[in-house]
Design a protein around this ligand. Structure first.
Ligand code: SAH
Length: 220
């Protein structure tokens, strides 16, 4: 059995990482507070322990990645999370981003298309703290969204999408926000889409990020 220990050293490195995110322009203290509370090293192979609090993406299983902390902070900040927001995440991956959202008081539904990563969610180490009423894991195709739990206040896509999936727009509440990295080449521009009361959408664009691709269908 793996041991999970959040030592003073981890906590110290985490605090430094939050300071560096602040220096890089993250201003939403509720995001930094949540990320400061979550032991990121729990969400990766113990072999990466020494680099878990560097501001970079790291490999997880099946050739996927846990996003860079700056990217997690930036996307979360764009979402303007309020407690009890119903949030859909596409791309569970390591479960880190979903846990940050749950720590902020959101009710999170997160979808993963890789069976192996989904299966790992059954052993989610922080399950006692975030019961399934606050964080639900689904095996499925993010292009379909999750109609059973729709509509959502917020939707976050954590893989590079080839286009904005129409079903996800349908599953947003009016007044809702979607944050989605849109693939152009190997770079992704970050879009924030706000759905207005009349059902039309408004877009804002933010600068380049890099993500693993959003792929269609489920993978056994
Ligand atoms: N949010 C994750 C980031 C993981 S990387 C974290 O915090 O660790 C992006 C993930 O999106 C990968 O695990 C990939 O398998 C998943 N993904 C890609 N296309 C998808 C789709 N259509 N539906 C659901 N998940 C998808």
């Amino acid at each position: 059995m793996r041991e999970y220990d959040d030592t003073y050293r981890h906590k110290g490195l985490r605090k430094k990482l939050m300071d560096s995110l602040r220096e890089k322009g993250i201003t939403d203290e509720s995001v930094l507070l949540a990320m400061g509370n979550i032991p990121r090293h729990f969400f990766m192979d113990p072999g990466f322990d020494s680099v878990a609090y560097e501001d970079r993406a790291l490999p997880i299983d099946v050739d996927q990645t846990i996003s860079q902390p700056y990217t997690v902070a930036f996307q979360t900040q764009l979402l303007k999370i309020r407690p009890n927001d119903k949030v859909l995440e596409i791309g569970t991956g390591s479960m880190y981003q979903a846990t940050v959202l749950a720590e902020m008081g959101a009710k999170v539904v997160t979808i993963e298309r890789q069976k192996k990563l989904y299966t790992a969610t059954k052993d989610f180490i922080l399950r006692k703290k975030y019961p399934s009423a606050s964080l639900k894991f689904i095996y499925g195709d993010g292009f379909e969204g999750q109609p059973a739990f729709a509509p959502f206040d917020k939707i976050i896509i954590t893989c590079g999408a080839p286009f904005v999936p129409p079903k996800l727009i349908q599953q947003m509440k009016s007044g809702g926000i979607m944050v989605i990295p849109l693939a152009e080449d190997e770079h992704h521009k970050m879009l924030r889409i706000t759905k207005k009361e009349d059902g039309t959408t408004e877009e804002e664009t933010f600068s380049d990020f890099s993500f693993v691709p959003m792929l269609p269908g489920k993978n056994e």
